[in-house]
Design a protein around this ligand. Structure first.
Ligand code: NOJ
Length: 551
């Protein structure tokens, strides 16, 4: 018998699941205040059953000043009144379970909110005190201490340090925040921080959650002495293998933390999972987060970022599978989330033209029709791959990014902190349309919407697509149905061919072909078409189309 865990195929539900990301602010608003909430989600759970996903991941709903849309947590064991109550969270979990849907919640361990009790205690305490040791406080440089302790930049722009004011009104120490000033980084060298998060894990596991998506999983441990690092930060760029590793990301010490967490999860019944949000490249480095005694999964951002060409897609798929196979973990796939330009718009930009951090008025605009065509092909390709797939709310409607949002409406701290050079992530976070003719397109009972919805969104509303042959919604539904029926998530990929224009692989009894080239590709003889991302022209597969075939 083979006892090496890396040589065994993992079998839990997550290994082949389709997991739907809900961004609570923008999914469904039950009370008409313009911000989505937990009762809104519960009322729409049947949509997810109809769509055919296995699980949901909820972005944060905890008490928070919302300096970073809830990724600034003031209390890890409660619900912000904006989103409801703990009783609403319990109801959501119960209702999801009764429909066979698993629920993963977001855990934000790299930083708290500056409104968190611990940080407020730290501000009131003196340098070197116990409350300060829960965060990363340092004296400033220079005779007056008015220079930041090092040159690190915040991911959202500007310095990663903010100077505090002492209780007597004099300028004090500086604290580190890799993100917004409202998100002070915790000091994971302090055992009390470890204890606290073990307890937070248990709090939600006891309430019945199926797992955690771990925010900034690669950031918790910083290199000792916090050495200077001249490079600007980019949330979208990982660490290339031939470059030195930045002192704030992907340090060895993070792995011990997840080993401990894994033991906690394993002590609960029912296959609870940890999912790493770690912007770490290359795939071999990322695979270290999903070794047998660490997390279960990691988001595959290298896949999300890969160019829409046959060679780039072939390379990233192959590399991803090899890397996760080497540690015995399932691969994951993702095309959109709340931090990146939606793939229906991203793929409508020129190939190789860079990756904008948001798109606004005056920026080069994506080709909407081309973007949607490619997005549908990309999704059909993704859903045929073995492993689990993450979907972001609204992509099942083919929703584009809001690329003409007035800048005054923007709320992402990136826009202000970058000195209005990076528009940031609001364009992918706009409340989603359910009913074309209802106020706020059915997002809530009123017209209120915390970010403006473009008028063109009526055509994307769910009620305009349901039961409409060829709609993006019906394409997702059918693909998810077939994916489950054919066990694609637990299948094996076998490349049949790949060149500059086409990719062809087999997974079980399905053959999957994507045409990236300019010319149509003939359908293989005797092939039965089970799904296609766009209508075929006679017996040819046109450009930017994926087909699922049975022969
Ligand atoms: C990653 C989250 O996805 C993003 O939305 C957030 O701004 C940062 N982590 C900081 O928590």
């Amino acid at each position: 018998m083979n006892t090496d865990p890396t040589q065994q195929t993992p079998t839990g539900w997550w290994t082949e699941a389709a997991i739907y990301q809900i961004y609570p602010r923008s999914f469904a608003d039950s009370d008409g205040d313009g911000v989505g909430d937990l009762p809104g989600i519960t009322a729409r759970l049947d949509h997810l059953v109809e769509l055919g996903v296995d699980a949901v991941w909820l972005s944060p709903f905890y008490p928070s000043p919302q300096a970073d849309a809830g990724y600034d947590v003031a209390d890890y064991r409660n619900v912000d009144p904006l989103f409801g109550t703990l009783a609403d969270a319990d109801k959501l979990l119960t209702e999801a379970r009764s429909r066979g849907l698993r629920v993963i919640v977001d855990l934000v361990p790299n930083h708290t909110s500056s409104a968190h009790r611990w940080f407020q205690e730290a501000l009131a305490a003196s340098p070197g005190s116990l409350p300060r040791s829960r965060y990363i406080f340092r004296d400033g440089l220079g005779p007056a201490g008015d220079q930041p302790p090092n040159d690190w930049q915040s991911v959202f722009g500007g310095p990663a340090w903010t100077r505090t004011v002492d209780p007597d009104g004099q300028p004090g120490q500086w604290y580190l925040h890799l993100f917004d000033t409202g998100q002070p980084d915790l000091n994971w060298d302090n055992p009390e921080v470890h204890e606290e998060f073990l307890d937070v894990l248990r709090f939600w596991l006891d309430r019945g959650v199926d797992g955690f998506r771990v925010d900034v999983a690669h950031g918790l441990i910083k290199q000792a002495n916090l050495p200077d690092w001249q490079e600007p930060q980019e949330i979208l760029s990982g660490n290339e293998i031939d470059k030195p590793r930045p002192p704030m990301w992907d340090q060895e010490g993070v792995h011990e933390i997840y080993r401990q967490w894994r033991q906690v999860l394993d002590s609960y019944p029912g296959e609870r999972v940890l999912v790493a949000e770690a912007w770490v490249e290359p795939a071999e480095r990322l695979a270290r987060y999903v070794r047998p005694d660490e997390m279960h999964q990691a988001f595959n951002f290298e896949y999300l970022l890969a160019a829409w060409t046959a060679p780039a897609q072939y390379a990233v798929i192959t590399r991803s599978l090899e890397a996760t196979d080497s540690v015995g973990a399932p691969t994951t796939w993702v095309l959109s989330n709340h931090d990146v330009v939606r793939h229906a718009s991203r793929l409508g930009l020129a190939i190789g033209g860079g990756r904008p951090n948001g798109i606004g008025i005056g920026d080069p605009q994506p080709d909407a029709a081309l973007g949607l065509r490619r997005a549908r092909a990309a999704t059909l390709l993704m859903l045929a791959l073995p492993g689990s797939a993450y979907l972001y709310q609204g992509e099942e409607l083919g929703l584009p990014e809001h690329t003409t949002m007035p800048d005054e409406a923007r709320q992402d701290p990136t826009w202000a902190r970058s000195g209005h050079t990076q528009r940031g992530r609001d364009g992918c976070r706009v409340p989603i349309p359910w009913e074309a003719d209802a106020p706020s397109y059915g997002f809530g009972p009123t017209d209120a919407s915390w970010l403006p919805q473009p008028p063109s969104w009526a055509e994307y509303a769910l009620d305009r697509q349901r039961d409409v042959p060829g709609s993006t919604y019906e394409l997702y539904r059918e693909a998810l149905r077939l994916r489950r029926a054919h066990g694609l998530g637990r299948g094996t990929l076998e490349w049949l061919s790949s060149d500059d224009e086409t990719l062809v692989f087999r997974n079980g009894e399905l053959t999957v072909l994507t045409n990236f080239g300019d010319a149509p590709v003939p359908l293989p003889p005797n092939a039965e078409v089970l799904a296609t991302s766009a209508p075929l022209t006679g017996i040819a597969i046109p450009t930017d189309v994926t087909v699922w075939l049975r022969s």
